[in-house]
Write a protein that binds this ligand. Sequence first.
Ligand SMILES: NC(=O)c1ccc[n+]([C@@H]2O[C@H](COP(=O)([O-])OP(=O)(O)OC[C@H]3O[C@@H](n4cnc5c(N)ncnc54)[C@H](OP(=O)(O)O)[C@@H]3O)[C@@H](O)[C@H]2O)c1
Length: 305
Amino acid sequence: MVYMGHKIAVYGASGLTGRFVLAELEKRGFEPLPFGRAQATADDPAALDRALTGAAAVINTAGPFAVTALPLISAAERAGIPYVDVAAEIEANADTFARGATIPVVPAMAFYGGLADLMITTAMGDWTSADEAHIAYGLSNWQPTPGTLAAGAISRERRNGQRVRFRDGALQYHDDPQPTLDWNFPSGPREVIAEFSMADIVTIPSHLQIPSVTSYMATTAAQGLHEAAPRQEPETFEVDVRVRRNGEERQMTITGRDIYAASAPLAVEAVERLLTNRFKVTGVASAGAMFDAEDFLAAFDMPTI
Ligand SMILES: NC(=O)c1ccc[n+]([C@@H]2O[C@H](COP(=O)([O-])OP(=O)(O)OC[C@H]3O[C@@H](n4cnc5c(N)ncnc54)[C@H](OP(=O)(O)O)[C@@H]3O)[C@@H](O)[C@H]2O)c1
């Protein structure tokens, strides 16, 4: 099936990420069709169908995705168009994979979930399996939007306040203490919280044979999640990924600025590839499985180390 067109529906278009996505679509010559819950709530299939009329693809930036993802995927399926979202909710991402789809669906196509999946897939190179993957987020700080805080709250609720990690080839819910350690980023060592699980623990194992996937967050940035305040100067980031097999390590680092702004070109690049027949799966697939990961990353000017 070939998908084409230039009108892209954007759900949650009033949010910070949605606004970055609208700007990125316009920059690339697409025509955005912005909408939100004022036009169509997630539990109103007829309104969603009306909102998707004429669209070539839909980007969902409206969290909590526990509420919006599956209804939007169903609407995209009825319209016969690809679906991309920026969900960073582990349980919602897992629900999307479990659902499956008859159209191309790319969950977590954003800073968390998509970027590290593209990086780990690229770092793997000719490896078909590995023992461990590690993703360290060196954020200068984290000024979460209301949408991020709502997503975190709903995820915590869904896991009954427990923590989650990916070990022995499965998501494990547990109450173990959260360890900290010093991570050697290319820019220097920083304290990180280990097992600070992000969407990567769903996206990466969805297609790579790696039984242990761990993400880490700079301690100073994690504190920002408890201190919601209007966003000021955007954060800088250093994403350092390591994949290990039989004692050998492969590594990649990307640096940049503003995790919300950086998510828009990732989502829009995905849509552009879906509409120009540069994708691999008709169904649900993460970034690294849906696209040529190395080629995808090469399309960006994010500094790579
Ligand atoms: N994976 C990643 O790296 C990544 C990156 C960026 C964002 N995200 C996620 O994307 C989501 C949005 O983030 P944001 O930064 O744009 O947040 P935001 O600025 O607070 O905007 C939230 C958006 O979601 C809409 N919304 C909230 N509840 C809704 C519901 N029940 N039904 C429909 N729409 C609803 C809001 O609409 P109203 O205007 O009507 O309130 C608004 O458009 C969050 O879940 C965030 O975690 C993930």
